[in-house]
Design a protein around this ligand. Sequence first.
Ligand SMILES: [Zn+2]
Length: 343
Amino acid sequence: MNKESRYAKQMQFEPIGREGQQRLMQSRVAIIGCGALGSAAAELLVRAGVGTIHLADRDYVEMSNLHRQQLFTEADAEVMNPKVVAAYDRLKAIRSDVEVMTYAEHVDAMLMEQLAAQCDLIIDATDNFETRLLINDAAYRKGVPWIYGACVGSTGRVYPFLPDDKEAPCFRCLLPTLPSVNATCENAGIIAPAVQITASYQCSEALKWLTGERKAMRRKMLHFDVWNSGQMEIGILRMKNGQCMTCGEVPSFPSLSRDQADKSAVLCGRNAVQLMPGAGRKITLEEAEKLAQKLKLKHKRTPYFMELHYEGNRWMLFEQGRLIIHGIQDMEEGRRAFHRLFG
Ligand SMILES: [Zn+2]
């Protein structure tokens, strides 16, 4: 059986054909975030035959992910597998000849630019504006398209940003009018069908771009609600800002500036804060393990992280020094707790 017969039905679809399939098999896609949207997009693109997938996500699998994050199982949640590690195994089981590159780390400017330089397209599967601005700046600097996707509750939005379309706005141009997803995701929850549809629309745009069907791509932002049966397309061309710092006449790409911006943050909907080693001291896994043994704290070490319990909260320390404290929702409180434990 030759390799192409696997894709026979897809090649029968005339806009793709044999030539489109060949292009897909040579293409490289970066998926930023491997939660609900990232899992769904990765599976669709791997099954479609995309040659190389770069997956970036800093998180690990938890039981509360399983209702919507399709690549993961109870076994992944039990051992708190990093999402990209669990995803790698599942994607290789689906298709053994796919190249999957994984990045179990916080996506910063350097990683984002590196991925934009190596890929033909970027899929947004993040849950926050800051990372989308970073994707936007890296994509426009490198001239690589990215497909915006956002979902909350039963609603979703999708739009393909194409840097060489000089009439169309970029994500930064739209910021003044976008609803704050960060403000709503803690309260609104999310249902899996909204995720699946968002990812499906994103991957449809991805397949069009990668197979050279650019004329079929959306020029209006799609907004839908699967619960209340509403759908609309929003014309956004008039929102192009000629002075935009990303897509204007004199771009400065502010999100890519190398000054170690502190990426510490309250994690949306997680009852947790994330502390980055950037400004402060970097704690190694060895150091944390020794301290936990000395203080007789309940703890567990895996190849990827160290989990410990301190003052009634669950701490997760990762190899790069990134720390998540579950049970604390205030940055200052998080920093004080850090200094109480590590000095
Ligand atoms: Zn812009």
